[in-house]
Design a binder for this molecule. Structure first.
Ligand SMILES: CC(C)(COP(=O)(O)OP(=O)(O)OC[C@H]1O[C@@H](n2cnc3c(N)ncnc32)[C@H](O)[C@@H]1OP(=O)(O)O)[C@@H](O)C(=O)NCCC(=O)NCCS
Length: 111
């Protein structure tokens, strides 16, 4: 994480992490089905620990649910502290629902 991603307190802005969560989940969804996906919902994101400049942040994904037109991807976020290499802390976790859409923007089967 770089200084450009900080909030007024000097820690990393939560919206930056949310953006990366959305990207990581989107990559996972695209690996599950060759479709175009849009983000339909992001469930309960609680920030448990702050992220600091210089931390290395990792996003781990897993498929939670395959619906008819949607995939629910769980994204777990960890930060490796800049000053403590090898020491990871859990930052947050989220469930993100992606819906496959066709060219008209209508939901499409993911099966
Ligand atoms: C995604 C979109 C095409 C879905 O259209 P829709 O008419 O709501 O479609 P449906 O009601 O048939 O729902 C589609 C799927 O989403 C799921 N879904 C709908 N609302 C949901 C919610 N609040 N939470 C979780 N899943 C939800 C439905 O269960 C369904 O999944 P399934 O087919 O696997 O059962 C439409 O809502 C849309 O375009 N949203 C904007 C997406 C977007 O632009 N995202 C980026 C924001 S910047």
């Amino acid at each position: 994480m770089l200084p450009r991603d900080t909030n007024a307190l000097g820690t990393i802005f939560g919206g930056v992490i949310l953006s990366h969560i959305d990207l990581a989940g989107g990559v996972a969804a695209a690996r599950e089905a060759r479709r175009h996906f849009v983000t339909r919902a992001m469930r309960e994101v609680e920030f448990i620990a702050p992220v600091y400049v210089g931390d290395v942040v990792s996003f781990y994904t897993s498929l939670q649910r395959r619906g008819t037109t949607s995939l629910t991807i769980r994204v777990e976020v960890e930060a490796e502290r800049f000053n403590e290499p090898g020491h990871n802390v859990q930052v947050t976790a989220a469930e993100v629902v992606y819906v496959a859409i066709d060219e008209a923007g209508k939901p499409l089967s993911v099966r």
